[in-house]
Design a protein around this ligand. Structure first.
Ligand code: AHG
Ligand code: MN
Ligand code: MN
Ligand code: MN
Length: 339
């Protein structure tokens, strides 16, 4: 087994070096990303102990999304919120697990530049069966004046305004991947030193791929154009770029991470029962749309780019299609030709 390379940059080193030369850089974004890295390490420790300590299972409550809350959802939410509240860069947060946004509203926080939105634990239905789960985050510059508590309008910004977005995947190794407009970079947690280390510099999403990811259990509830595209995926042969492989973990973080690296398309369309699908625009779709666009791919709700949607509610849902640009083109050729 090869030894670990000690010359690679840590998350903090990389972030400070890459952001310090930007105009108007104050170090606040670096500090925010460091805080997120710290919260991720704390959640990672607990995820790794799941099964040994009393952290599996339901918390016994239902969240604002109407979902059974897991104990790890609560733990992860509290870690991210707590670390960001103690830090100096974040003026407030919104989370999948909280009914409303939280303005930290103290002297330091009211001077802070950023708000952060997150899905503290993505794929929480997979916690109890030891399958990869994740955290998703999204960072915006506040609109409200400094010196005041943040307001709802700071959180209801279109995804195009994101300053940074990223995710953590608690998988066979733990990784933190984040994007700014300058690029997407991935860091793997080196458990021997407790640091995220740059392992996937300048990630690019391949223009095409052979993986499609969708919950086939919903097939008969999908609109005809999406069904047509899925049929096309199933009928690919080596003569037209196939055969394709269907992969669906049920943790979006893990599904989109794989497709980002290997090339592919992930879909959570609207269904008859849930016309807006399942995924949350602010906590799930926007951050991944930003990351994948910066990496060269595309993301839409089936009609327009996800990043152009003006949100009206914190917890609003959206159909979501994201992935390699040529596969997105082919999807659209199916959905626009079927009425
Ligand atoms: P969360 O655990 O944050 O509520 O999100 C779960 C989401 C997402 O991770 C995944 O892609 C999707 O739910 C799976 O839903 P289905 O089981 O309906 O396919
Ligand atoms: Mn949930
Ligand atoms: Mn989620
Ligand atoms: Mn979640």
């Amino acid at each position: 087994m090869s030894s670990i390379n000690r010359t690679v940059l840590t998350l903090d080193e990389f972030t400070i070096q890459s952001l310090r030369n930007l105009p108007h850089a104050t170090g606040e974004l670096s500090s925010l990303l460091r805080d997120i890295g710290l919260a991720a390490k704390r959640v990672n420790v607990e995820v790794n102990k799941a099964g040994l300590v009393d952290i599996l299972g339901d918390a016994g409550t239902v969240n604002v999304q109407g979902e059974e809350v897991k104990k790890l959802d609560v733990y992860a939410n509290n870690q991210f919120m707590g670390v960001l509240q103690r830090g100096v860069s974040c003026a407030g947060i919104a989370s999948e697990e909280l009914d409303d946004f939280v303005a930290f509203d103290d002297d330091v926080s009211n001077q802070s530049k950023y708000v952060c939105l997150f899905d503290p634990l993505d794929g929480s239905g997979n916690i109890d069966v030891n399958v990869s789960i994740g955290t998703i985050f999204s960072v915006y510059r506040r609109i409200s004046p400094k010196g005041t508590p943040v307001t709802k309008e700071d959180f209801l910004q279109k995804g195009r305004n994101q300053v940074a977005a990223g995710y953590v995947i608690y998988g066979s190794s733990t990784m933190l991947v984040y994007a700014t407009r300058r690029g997407v970079n991935g860091f793997t947690l080196d458990p021997s030193i407790g640091e995220f280390c740059l392992s996937h510099p300048n990630l690019k999403c391949p223009d095409s791929g052979k993986i499609y990811s969708v919950n086939h259990g919903n097939f008969f509830q999908l609109e005809d154009g999406v069904k047509k595209y899925i049929n096309l995926c199933q009928n690919k042969t080596k003569d037209n770029g196939g055969p394709y492989t269907q992969r669906y973990i049920g943790s979006m973080v893990a599904d989109v991470h794989r497709n980002l690296i290997k090339g592919g398309i992930f879909m959570y369309p609207g269904t008859i029962d849930k016309p807006k699908g399942k995924l949350r625009l602010l906590y799930e779709c926007n951050p991944f749309a930003f990351i994948v666009e910066v990496a060269g791919g595309r993301a839409t709700n089936g009609i327009q780019p996800i990043l152009d949607i003006e949100p009206s509610e914190l917890h609003q849902r959206s159909p979501f299609f994201v992935g390699s640009s040529q596969m997105m083109d082919e999807l659209e050729s199916c959905t626009t030709t079927v009425a």
